[in-house]
Design a protein around this ligand. Structure first.
Ligand code: ADP
Length: 534
């Protein structure tokens, strides 16, 4: 669908121009046409009156069988020599003037006084001067053939406009006395009149210019008036509204908003003022509530921190205190297992040994994590070759792997020197290896790989165990999280702290740890450490 784009002002002005300009144009065009028609109607009416008078005069002369004029008077000059009807009277020699001669004399008088010209034209004139010209021939034709009662046109006469008007002349009884070949009632010719029309054309063109200028002035005035009205009544108040709205969105709440322009806009301003007041009130209330909630939260947070600290302290103290008795128990158990030969007692001792191991493991893990979280560990960062460390761990844990029929394979690599606390990173690698052995099926392999990438060293432990479901891959690095997966169908039996400790240690080094799928069979644990600068 067509969408008219642009500012409100542009749209408004376009609409006004599209409506006002053609409308005013049509009105003024109509006015111009009407004026022109009126002017020409006036000219035609003038011509009608004149011809009527001339025809009446001619009729009167015709009815009187001609006029006798004294031959030596100025009015009889140029009367023509076609008639020899002379009458000698006491006043002098009188010549008879026929209707056409009288008409000609009147025409000469009018022409001399620069008024208008008229003349008679006949189809078969006795006087050759009365032969019809082009216009008159066309007029006679239209009278005879189409029975028209008038004929007119505008012509150019030596650069001056002339209005030519013609009416028909019919043969009557009096004509037959001279024009023997005429038939009564038929068109004998025409009376044509030439009115100067240049002044009409000039006045019309002056009128058109005046009309055009008035139209232009009216259009400009209308458009400008509407422009200023739109600007002051709509756009300026809208601008003020926009500024107020922006202010409110910045958190400024003006008390008395005056928009101006019109009553309606002022009412909008009042509504905006009350909205702004309510918003300010709401914000203040909200701020107070947030402030109160924040202080409550801060208080609760402090309490929680204290509780957490107390819990960590308790756990640290407890795990520390538990380690010594556990060591004594383990020593006693070791002694008993070496000295006791009865198989049923050996069996009990084995179960006790297994549970003491688990308890020791748990206590050590709790001890480690609480110390890391309480930032009570002194880190000994130093440059160390991780390839060498992995090699040593593989050697130490080889027998455990063999117990489960597993091989520990290290991909050969050059020295991979990282900035690390060796003791802690050893703990990480041992933990990952321990898990890999624990969850791998018998007879497989656990692979170790080391890479140097940019500024970091990457260490990977890959197993072929059950793998870790995608939904658990982040959670297993959180405390006490275990998943019910095991390569040998046993319960994991761990504390769920091993990977959390690994994650804390790696993060303390500025590295990352994550787990991925080992192409559908097993998991790949990867962690990074910062490479030591040479
Ligand atoms: P735990 O110390 O109890 O072994 P961890 O934090 O080391 O706990 O491991 C958390 C959980 O992650 C385990 O319960 C186990 O389900 C899963 N997990 C860890 N390593 C592996 C692995 N290599 N293969 C499959 N599951 C594993």
């Amino acid at each position: 669908m067509f969408r008219f784009k642009g500012s409100l002002q542009f749209k408004f002005m376009s609409a006004i121009i599209c409506i006002v300009v053609p409308l005013l144009g049509i009105i003024f065009l109509w006015q111009g046409v009407t004026e022109e028609r009126q002017a020409w109607t006036q000219v035609i009416n003038q011509a009608r009156v004149l011809t009527r008078q001339i025809i009446l005069t001619r009729q009167w002369v015709s009815d009187s069988q001609g006029l006798f004029l004294r031959q030596d008077t100025p009015g009889a000059q140029g009367g023509g020599k076609f008639y020899s009807d002379l009458l000698t009277t006491q006043r002098g020699v009188m010549q008879r003037f026929t209707p056409s001669m009288v008409t000609k004399q009147l025409s000469l008088y009018s022409y001399r006084q620069n008024l208008y010209r008229f003349r008679l034209a006949g189809i078969a004139p006795m006087n050759p001067e009365n032969r019809p010209d082009e216009f008159e021939t066309a007029a006679i034709k239209s009278f005879a053939q189409a029975a028209n009662t008038e004929y007119y046109s505008l012509a150019d006469h030596n650069g001056e406009a002339v209005f030519q008007y013609s009416v028909p002349l019919y043969v009557d009884e009096t004509c037959l006395s001279c024009h023997k070949n005429y038939t009564s009632g038929t068109v004998s010719g025409c009376l044509s009149i030439h009115l100067p029309a240049q002044h009409v054309l000039d006045s019309l063109s002056r009128g058109k210019i005046t009309l055009f200028m008035s139209a232009l002035a009216l259009i400009v005035l209308t458009v400008m008036t509407l422009y200023f009205l739109v600007h002051y009544l709509v756009l300026r108040p809208l601008g003020t509204l926009e500024a107020v709205a922006e202010g409110i969105s910045r958190g400024e709440f003006p008390a008395n908003i005056h928009i101006g322009g019109s009553h309606e806009m002022n009412r909008v301003g009042q509504a905006l003022s009350s909205m702004s007041a309510k918003l300010e009130e709401g914000r203040n209330r909200l701020e107070e509530e947030v402030h109160k909630a924040t202080s409550d939260l801060a208080l609760a947070n402090e309490e929680l921190k204290t509780l957490d600290r107390l819990k960590s302290e308790f756990l640290a103290t407890m795990s520390h205190e538990l380690r010594s008795p556990l060591t004594s128990i383990r020593g006693g158990l070791d002694y008993l297992r070496r000295t006791e030969s009865a198989p049923d007692r050996q069996n009990y001792l084995h179960i006790m040994d297994k549970n003491v191991s688990r308890l020791t493991h748990l206590v050590t893990d709790i001890f480690d994590i609480t110390r890391i979280e309480a930032k009570k560990i002194d880190w000994n960062f130093a440059a160390a070759d991780m390839a060498e460390l992995v090699g040593e761990i593989v050697e130490i844990m080889g027998p455990l792997a063999q117990e489960h029929g597993l091989r520990l394979c290290v991909q050969p690599s050059g020295p991979m020197v990282a900035l690390a606390d060796v003791e802690r990173i050893e703990q990480v690698i041992v933990n990952l290896t321990d898990n890999a052995i624990k969850y791998s099926p018998n007879g497989g392999a656990v692979d170790f790989a080391l890479q140097s990438e940019g500024n970091e060293i990457r260490i990977q432990v890959r197993d072929h165990g059950p793998g870790i479901p995608p939904g658990d891959r982040e959670a297993i690095f959180k405390k006490f999280h275990t998943t019910p997966s095991s390569g040998r169908g046993e319960k994991p039996g761990g504390t769920g702290l091993g990977l959390a400790i690994c994650s804390q240690i790696v993060r303390a080094h500025g590295g990352r740890i994550w787990v991925e799928d080992n192409e559908g069979e097993g998991s790949v644990f990867t962690f990074t450490l910062p490479a030591a600068k040479e």
